[in-house]
Design a protein around this ligand. Structure first.
Ligand code: NAP
Length: 246
């Protein structure tokens, strides 16, 4: 379905990003796996794709670093000549109640989750406009839709991503580029592994389908939004949350 397409997945070494990289590669895309700290894990993911007959390479950079992103995208374009799919997946949490939240914890979450997507989208869109085609998929969160106590920074970044999705969608629709967001609920990754059993139990009780999702549940939605099958969909937020938000 995605043969001859070049996809960039930020934070593709582990968790949801890894599942997205594997799923896009399975559909035939050449996948550029971005990572920041997890270089070895990114290489493992790339190897797994190559061993299955797919195309993958690792591209380490910090999405929060404007110049590093500009350079990385210039390199990707020099090597591949195009970027068809960008998945802005890299994200962190630095949870805490507002009154105790340190400025650095607010800033780092905004810098990586929100500004990182701006940096990557800016350079990807430049290539996509020339191609007159492209897909950008931003990984938001239910937190960005409903808000969440203890996640002032995170929910602001994820709500910001939804606004950014809609604005870029409007700017580039006439160039054949679609921009959508996916809003996962609770997904089993390192990010949710740190939650206590009690918190996990309480969270599961708020999910109509009764359990946490898997990274592959998010990846399947991303593949759809990256494919031709979603051609008439732009500026939307697709919830992958077991029915948490209706
Ligand atoms: P995770 O397992 O903690 O993985 C986070 C990923 O983000 C890692 O691959 C990490 O790469 C990357 N990353 C962090 N800072 C980065 C930076 N400065 N530059 C480049 N990459 C960076 O989290 P996850 O659960 O897979 O989350 C993936 C996305 O889904 C995030 O945006 C998250 O907010 C969102 N989400 C997750 C859930 C959930 O329940 N898990 C729910 C809603 C939304 P390195 O290890 O290489 O640093």
């Amino acid at each position: 379905m995605l043969e001859n397409q070049v996809a960039v997945v930020t934070g593709g070494a582990r968790g949801i990003g890894r599942a997205i990289a594997l799923a896009l590669a399975e559909e035939g895309a050449a996948v550029i796996i971005n990572c920041n700290g997890s270089v070895e894990k990114a290489q493992e993911t790339a190897r797994e794709i190559q061993e299955a007959g797919g195309q993958a390479e690792v591209c380490p950079f910090n999405v929060a670093d404007y110049e590093a992103v500009e350079k990385a995208f210039a390199d990707i374009l020099a090597r591949h000549g195009r970027i068809d799919i960008l998945v802005n997946n890299a994200g962190i949490t630095r949870d805490g109640l507002l009154m105790r939240m340190k400025e650095e914890d607010f800033n780092s979450v905004i810098d990586i989750n929100l500004k990182g997507a701006y940096h990557c989208s800016k350079w990807a869109v430049k290539a996509m406009i020339k191609q007159r085609s492209g897909r950008i998929i931003n990984i938001s969160s239910v937190s960005g839709v409903t808000g969440n106590a203890g996640q002032v920074n995170y929910s602001a970044s994820k709500a910001g991503l939804i606004g950014m999705t809609k604005s870029i969608a409007r700017e580039v629709a006439s160039r054949g580029i679609t921009v959508n967001a996916v809003a996962p609920g609770f997904i089993e990754t390192d990010m949710t592994d740190v939650l206590s059993d009690k918190v996990k139990e309480n969270a599961a009780a708020t999910i109509p389908l009764g359990h946490f999702g898997k990274p592959e549940d998010v990846a399947d939605a991303v593949v759809f939004l990256a494919s031709e099958k979603s051609r008439y969909i732009t500026g939307q937020v697709l919830h992958v949350d077991g029915g948490m938000v209706m």
